[in-house]
Design a protein around this ligand. Structure first.
Ligand code: 7GP
Length: 804
C-alpha cells in the first residue's frame, strides 16, 4: 500500500515542494524530493514519540556533545523505516537506482573521528531501544574540512555542507534561548536578606535550535538531535543604528554568528582558542536552559524531583562547563541555595573520558574565563574551595595532594582543569574500554579514584549494526538473515549462531563470494579516488582513521617499505600479494601527521610505478576519508590495522566495524582490541607488540639505534627511507620522520614493535594463502562481534549510569 503512496509523494514533492519539472539533470532534486517523502513518514512518529514521553514518568537523558558525526541520513532512514522496496519501486519511474540518488547527499561531518561517530552510533541505539535520550550539539555551518591531496600533500577545503539546504533539519525558532558572555558578577541581597548573585552587563547571543529526527529501527520511535545555531539578538544593533554606525552593527551580527560557524578540526588535542570556549559554553548553556524550561513548564519551580528525572551525559570534557552553568541557572535564575543546587548538579552530571593523551586534556586559562564567563569562574572557584576542604579532610596536611587535585592549576598562567571539574561535578566517570578505564583508575585519575572509587566505571564502546552491517554490507546481511534469521539486527549477540556454519563448505563459498564482491566495490572506489588499480585476488590490508603518531600509520609504512625492499631483493618466497590502503585526515596544524601523509603518498608512487612490484604490492592513500567512505571500505577489507602504541588508543571503534564485516585484525593489546581478541579467540587475531605495561617499562632505557642496528630488515628500511629514495627531488622532507624513529624519546616506540609487527604480518599473509582457513577466520570474526554493538553499550549506560 505504501508503495503507491511513496511514489505519489515523491512526485508531489518534486512538483510542489521543489517546483521542478525535470529531475533527470542531476540527482540533487530527486534526492531532495525523496528526502521529503521519507521525512513525512518521520514527522508523525516524531510527534507521537514526544507526546508519549511527555506523559511518561521516566528519567530523560541529555547527551551533550560538541560532535555528532552522522554521515548520510537518507539511506539510514530508509533502512530503519523499512521503506527500501517502496523507494526502489518509486524511483523506477525516474530510471534511477537508490544508490545513485543517495550519492547526492553530503555527509553531515559535524565531528572529527571516534568521539563524534560514537555519539552518532549512540543516537541510533537509543532510538532503536526506545530510550528517552536527546542529543544536544552544535549546528556547524562548516563541518570537518574536505581533504584533497595535491602533490602528495594534504590540502584543506571548507566543507559548506549546508549550501544546498538540509531537508533533515527543522528550525524551531520558538524555542530559541539567550546565551550570555562577558559582563560581570554582581552580588545583592534579596527581600529576605539572602545573598544572591547575578550576571550583569552581558553581551548576549541567541541560540536557535534545529531539530534532526533520529529514527529507531522499525519501532515507530523517533528521537531528537537538537543542534544549536548562534544568531544575533534582535536588539543587538539598536544603539549602533541610532548612532548611524550601520557597518559596526552588521559586524556585530557576524560576531554572534561566528560561534557556530566552524567545527574545530582537532582530534585528541586541545587548542586553547577563545572561540572554542565560546562554542562549549554556548552548547552547555543553551541545552541546560532548554531542559530547565521544559521542567518548569511541567513542574513549576519545584526542583525537588529534578535529579531523579534528568541526566546530562558529558561527551568528554568539551561540554563540562555545564557543571558550573547548571549551578548558575539554578541559583541565579531559579533562586535555589548552593547546597540544593549542588545536590542536583552532582547527581545529574555524568562524564565520559575518551583519551589518556595529556595533550588532549582540556585546560582553559583563568584569565580567559574571567573575561568571557566571569560569573562561571566565581562558581568554579567556590566548587573548588569546597572540594579542596574535602581533600584536606581526607588527607590532612597533604598540600601536594591538594595541588594535584585542584580544579585550578596554579602558576604564572593559572588554568581551569576541565577534567577535574567534570569529575568533581558528576556522579559517574567512565572510560570506553576495559584497559582504558583501568588506566584512568590507576594513572591519570588515580587520586580521584581513591577518593571516590564508586564513581568510576567502564563502558566499552560499540557501533550500530544497522549502519555498520545491515546498511553498508547488504549482501552479507542478507546471507546472515537467511541462515539465522534477522534477530541479529536488534540483538547482535545472536550473530554468534553463525559460528558453526564456518564448517560448512558451501556457506564458506558464499561468504567468500560476497567478500569478493565487496572488494570489487572497494577496488572501484580506490580506482576512482586514488587512480590506483587494486586486484581483488590480493589481500586487502586497510588502515583508515585520523592520522596521529600514536596510531602509528608510520609503522604501517615501514612494513610497506620492508615489503618493497624484499621484492626488489627478489626475496618473495612465501610472500602474499597485498593491496594496502591508508586513509585519514591530519589536524591542519599537526606538522608530523601531515608529513606522514606525504610519506604514504610518496612511497605509494614509487611502489605503484615499479613493474617489479605489480604482482606483489599496491599502495594507495584514500583522500577525504569520512563516514560514507567507511561504508564501502569495511565490507571490502580482509585485514584491519589496529596498531597503536599500547596504552594510547582509548578504545577504537573502526576495529569493531571491520570485525563485524568479517575482517581479521592485526593489532596491539590496546583499547578494545583486547576485548575483540578475547571474543574471537587468540588464534583468530594477529597480535604483536609490547603491552601497555611493557611500553612503560621499555621507555626507561629505550635505545632504538641499537634495535635498528641489530635488525637487518629494519636497517634496510631506514636506509631506504633516509637515502632519499622516496623523496628524490624533495631533499630532507622526511628527516623529522626518521629522526623520530631513532630518538630514545620516541614515546610511540615504533622501532620497538617493528620486528613483531613484521612477524605478525607474515603470519597473516600465510593464513590468507589458505583460503578456507582465512574464510573461517572471517566468519568467526563476524560471529564474535555481538559484544561490540552500541546497543549493548547503551544498555550498559542505561542500566548502570542513567538507570532508565
Ligand atoms: C576517541 C579515542 O581516541 C578512541 O580510541 C575512541 O574509540 C573514541 O574516542 C570513542 O570513545 N577520542 C577522540 O575522538 C577524541 O577526540 C579527544 O578525544 C577528547
Amino acid at each position: 500500500m505504501d508503495e503507491a503512496q511513496v511514489a505519489a509523494d515523491l512526485k508531489r514533492h518534486a512538483r510542489l515542494s521543489l517546483g521542478c519539472d525535470r529531475l533527470s539533470d542531476s540527482h540533487r532534486y530527486l534526492y531532495n524530493a525523496l528526502a521529503l517523502t521519507v521525512r513525512d513518514r518521520l514527522v508523525e512518529r516524531w510527534r507521537l514519540t514526544r507526546e508519549q514521553r511527555r506523559h511518561s514518568a521516566t528519567r530523560r537523558v541529555s547527551y551533550l556533545s560538541l560532535e555528532f558525526l552522522m554521515g548520510r541520513a537518507l539511506t539510514n532512514a530508509v533502512l530503519n523505516l523499512d521503506l527500501e522496496q517502496a523507494v526502489r519501486e518509486a524511483l523506477k519511474d525516474y530510471g534511477c537506482q537508490l544508490e545513485e540518488v543517495a550519492e547526492a547527499e553530503r555527509d553531515a561531518g559535524l565531528g572529527n573521528g571516534g568521539l563524534g561517530r560514537l555519539a552518532a552510533c549512540f543516537l541510533d541505539s537509543c532510538a532503536s531501544l526506545q530510550l528517552p535520550v536527546t542529543g544536544y550539539g552544535i549546528r556547524y555551518e562548516y563541518g570537518m574540512f574536505h581533504q584533497r591531496i595535491a602533490d602528495g600533500q594534504q590540502v584543506e577545503y571548507p566543507d559548506h555542507w549546508l549550501r544546498d539546504g538540509n531537508p533533515w533539519e527543522m528550525e524551531c525558532s520558538e524555542n530559541a534561548v539567550r546565551v550570555s558572555f562577558f559582563g560581570r558578577s554582581e552580588y545583592y541581597r534579596d527581600r529576605d536578606g539572602r545573598q544572591r548573585a547575578r550576571w550583569s552587563a552581558t553581551q548576549d547571543v541567541l541560540a536557535v535550535p534545529y531539530d534532526v529526527p533520529i529514527p529507531g529501527y522499525r519501532n515507530d520511535t523517533v528521537n531528537t538531535l537538537r543542534l544549536w545555531k548562534s544568531e544575533a539578538t534582535d536588539e543587538f544593533n539598536l544603539q549602533e543604528f541610532n548612532a548611524g554606525s550601520y557597518t559596526e552593527a552588521v559586524a556585530e551580527k557576524n560576531l554572534a554568528e561566528q560561534i557556530t560557524m566552524v567545527l574545530y578540526p582537532n582530534d585528541a588535542s586541545e587548542n586553547g582558542k577563545e572561540l572554542r570556549l565560546r562554542q562549549q559554553y554556548f552548547l552547555a548553556s543553551a541545552s541546560l536552559q532548554d531542559v530547565l524550561r521544559d521542567w518548569v513548564r511541567e513542574h513549576g519551580d519545584d526542583f525537588s524531583q529534578f535529579a531523579g528525572k534528568n541526566v546530562f551525559q558529558l561527551n568528554d570534557t568539551h561540554p563540562t562547563v555545564a557543571v558550573a552553568e547548571l549551578m548558575r541557572l539554578l541559583m541565579d535564575d531559579y533562586l535555589l541555595g548552593w547546597d540544593a543546587a549542588w545536590e542536583i548538579t552532582r547527581s545529574t552530571m555524568a562524564y565520559t573520558n575518551h583519551t589518556l593523551l595529556p595533550e588532549a586534556l582540556e585546560k582553559w586559562s583563568v584569565g580567559l574565563f574571567e573575561e568571557l564567563l566571569p560569573r562561571l569562574l566565581d562558581i568554579i572557584y567556590e566548587i573548588n574551595a569546597r572540594f579542596l576542604a574535602l581533600v584536606a579532610e581526607r588527607w590532612p596536611g597533604d598540600v601536594a595532594r591538594q595541588q594535584q587535585l585542584s580544579i585550578i592549576e596554579e602558576g604564572d598562567h593559572p588554568q581551569v582543569r576541565m577534567a577535574h571539574l567534570a569529575i568533581v561535578g558528576s556522579y559517574s566517570v567512565n572510560g570506553v574500554a576495559a584497559l582504558h578505564t583501568r588506566l584512568l583508575q590507576q594513572g591519570l585519575f588515580r587520586d580521584f579514584y581513591q577518593l571516590w572509587p564508586d564513581k568510576f566505571n567502564n563502558k566499552t564502546n560499540g557501533v550500530t549494526p544497522r549502519r555498520w552491517l545491515a546498511h553498508c554490507n547488504p549482501e552479507l546481511g542478507e546471507l546472515v538473515t537467511e541462515v539465522i534469521g534477522d534477530r541479529w539486527i536488534t540483538d547482535l549477540e545472536d550473530i554468534a549462531r553463525l559460528r558453526p556454519l564456518a564448517d560448512d563448505y558451501s556457506f564458506r563459498a558464499r561468504w567468500r563470494k560476497i567478500k569478493q564482491n565487496n572488494k570489487q566495490r572497494l577496488q572501484q572506489l580506490v580506482q576512482r579516488d586514488c587512480n590506483v588499480s587494486f586486484d581483488v585476488d590480493m589481500l586487502f590490508d586497510v588502515q583508515v582513521k585520523r592520522i596521529h603518531e600514536y596510531k602509528r600509520q608510520l609503522l604501517n609504512v615501514l612494513h610497506i617499505i620492508h615489503l618493497y625492499d624484499r621484492v626488489v631483493r627478489g626475496d618473495t618466497a612465501g610472500m602474499q600479494p597485498r593491496c594496502v590502503l591508508i586513509g585519514g585526515k591530519a589536524a591542519p596544524g599537526y606538522a608530523m601527521a601531515k608529513t606522514i601523509i606525504k610519506l604514504v603518498n610518496n612511497v605509494a608512487r614509487v611502489v605503484n610505478k615499479d613493474p617489479r612490484l605489480k604482482p606483489w604490492l599496491r599502495v594507495a592513500f584514500l583522500p577525504n576519508y569520512r563516514v560514507t567512505s567507511m561504508e564501502v571500505i569495511c565490507p571490502g577489507t580482509d585485514l584491519s590495522e589496529q596498531i597503536s602504541t599500547a596504552g594510547k588508543e582509548a578504545s577504537g571503534t573502526g576495529n569493531m566495524k571491520f570485525m563485524m564485516n568479517g575482517a581479521a585484525t592485526i593489532g596491539t593489546l590496546d583499547g578494545a582490541n583486547i576485548e575483540i581478541r578475547e571474543a574471537v579467540g587468540e588464534e583468530n587475531f594477529f597480535l604483536f607488540g609490547l603491552d601497555a605495561a611493557a611500553v612503560v617499562a621499555a621507555r626507561e632505557d629505550y635505545d632504538p639505534e641499537a634495535i635498528i642496528a641489530a635488525d637487518k630488515d629494519l636497517s634496510a628500511v631506514m636506509k631506504l627511507l633516509e637515502s632519499g629514495h622516496f623523496n628524490m627531488f624533495e631533499t630532507g622532507i622526511f628527516d623529522a620522520v626518521s629522526a623520530s624513529i631513532r630518538s630514545p624519546h620516541d614515546i610511540w616506540m615504533t622501532a620497538a614493535d617493528f620486528r613483531s609487527y613484521i612477524t605478525a604480518q607474515r603470519a597473516a599473509g600465510t593464513v590468507y594463502q589458505d583460503r578456507d582457513a582465512w574464510t573461517r577466520m572471517s566468519i568467526y570474526n563476524t560471529a564474535a562481534s555481538g559484544r561490540f554493538s552500541s546497543d549493548r553499550t547503551i544498555i550498559d549506560y542505561s542500566d548502570d549510569i542513567w538507570r532508565l
